[in-house]
Design a protein. Structure first.
Length: 268
């Protein structure tokens, strides 16, 4: 059954409602050459999905009858994983966004680092982020996810670390996030680190918060010693993925694969 993203906050997904699809979703239906009576699945990225049926096909408008809502919670991870990474070049960033979305990433923060080959700013950066957000949406449609990860605006690594430090003092979720910087310098094996990072002590008042993790990964050539030292000074734990040097697009996928295995599969 085709899955269609209809955009956030539209408020028209009510059972038994006959509605016109937004332009992007309507175009998707037209490309697939669906006909009245064909089933589709709709989601708005905020969680859950609706069964629906095509009721009318036109050149400019496609209408559907909205059916039963399903939470489909079992397809989302029970923890929030943010990947902050020095953007790899060419099409590799597209691959990272696509694959980490399939694996359940919560958010992606593109960074410009000292050794970054890809450097974006201004209108070019805005367009790239919009493109990557589209890649994430397509990956959600394909993989069955009901929540769309946010691809955040491009920032310099230093500015982002300072921003995170400021947020940590004012935001409970950020304050309770576990933060690891991928490193080959005196780092703890990520498996051992994760094993020692159990749920927060209920006495600290954090037991009701969803687990949150952030991993910082470098671009081609890795983070410079100065950048890594800055992260460590701001409370980031150096963690290792092993003795081999992984590419800038391989390391985030490895981290996300490891985090995805922390949740036992369940049936919807």
């Amino acid at each position: 059954m085709p899955r269609l993203y209809v955009g956030p906050g539209l408020g028209f997904l009510l059972e038994r409602a006959d509605v016109a699809l937004p332009e992007g979703a309507a175009r998707h239906v037209q490309v697939l050459r669906l006909q009245p009576g064909d089933p589709v699945c709709l989601f708005d990225g905020s969680g859950g999905e609706w069964a629906a049926e095509v009721t009318a096909m036109g050149r400019r408008e496609v209408r559907v009858m909205v059916g039963v809502f399903s939470p489909a919670d079992h397809r989302e991870l029970n923890l929030d994983v943010t990947l902050a990474l020095g953007m790899p070049t060419n099409e590799r960033m597209d691959t990272v966004v696509e694959k980490t979305t399939e694996l359940g990433v919560f958010a992606i923060q593109p960074l410009i680092c000292e050794r970054s080959v890809l450097r974006l700013d201004g209108e070019r950066a805005i367009k790239k982020v919009a493109h990557w957000q589209g890649v994430a949406i397509a990956a959600c449609e394909q993989s069955g996810r009901t929540r769309v990860p946010e691809v955040r605006p491009v920032m310099s690594l230093k500015a982002w670390l300072l921003q995170q430090a400021a947020l940590k003092d004012s935001t409970a979720v950020v304050a309770n996030a576990r933060r690891g910087v991928l490193s080959l310098r005196g780092a703890e094996w990520v498996g051992d680190w994760l094993q020692g990072q159990g749920p927060q002590d209920a006495a600290q008042g954090a037991s009701t918060l969803k687990e949150a993790w952030t991993f910082l990964s470098g671009p081609e050539g890795g983070l410079s010693e100065t950048e890594e030292d800055l992260a460590r000074q701001h409370g980031w734990t150096p963690v290792s993925l092993g003795a081999r040097v992984l590419r800038a697009d391989t390391a985030p996928l490895t981290v996300m694969s490891i985090m995805a295995t922390r949740q036992r599969p369940t049936q919807g």
